[in-house]
Design a protein around this ligand. Structure first.
Ligand code: SF4
Length: 197
């Protein structure tokens, strides 16, 4: 195991036992980030839902299935990317996490996950992640676009849960994930050109 994966492993263990905010009292399981640093891509959603709370794994319910389909269409291997949430425990009745919960959880875990992975790109899934990470409010303004906050680069799209009952949004989401793949592939090709193996 690499040092990076080792550090992620220790964050995972801390998350599993975390009681730093009130969500620890209502969750079934905390849901740490999951995946690998191979492609240096991080996808960040809002919070675990019912299925995630039951299993302890991120994006395994209906929204996760849509995400899986979009990744397959874009030829991105889920096992090569890292998927996590702004908060790691399910808010009761899937309410939006509070600013306090977001503040505690991101400074304790999400920021460390980003520092360890040093991603080429962070894909923000949905309005809560957009506001929490970038302080930006309007999904419609930023969706499908890149926001540069050096040294980090963000790509913005919908949360897949928002597309479950809306085929038009689902199609846009699929197109956005394909766009993400193109951005990352173009970056990889540039790196190959300057640093051939
Ligand atoms: S939401 Fe985050 S800070 Fe709150 S208990 Fe869960 S892991 Fe800890």
């Amino acid at each position: 195991m690499s040092a990076h994966n080792g550090s992620l492993e220790s964050i995972k263990n801390e998350v599993i036992h975390c009681v730093l905010c009130g969500l620890s009292t209502t969750r079934t399981n905390a849901v740490p980030g999951s995946g690998s640093i191979t492609r240096k891509i991080i996808l960040i959603g809002e919070a675990p839902g019912k299925n995630e709370d039951e299993t302890g794994s991120p994006f395994v319910g209906s929204a996760g299935k849509i995400l899986d389909q979009a990744l397959i269409c874009a030829r991105i291997e889920r096992k090569e990317i890292y998927i996590t949430n702004v908060v790691k425990c399910r808010p009761p009745n899937n309410r939006v996490p509070t600013e306090e919960e977001i503040g505690i959880c991101t400074s304790e875990y999400l920021k460390k996950e980003i520092d360890i992975i040093l991603p080429k790109i962070i894909c923000i899934l949905g309005a809560t992640a957009l506001k929490s990470l970038l302080g930006l409010k309007y999904m419609t303004t930023y969706r499908g676009k890149i926001v540069n906050r050096p040294p980090l680069k963000y790509f913005i799209t919908y949360h897949p849960a928002a597309t479950i009952y809306n085929n038009k949004l689902k199609q846009i989401f699929f197109e956005d994930i394909q766009k993400l793949a193109k951005i990352v592939n173009a970056q990889d090709q540039t790196m190959d050109k300057f640093f051939p193996t």
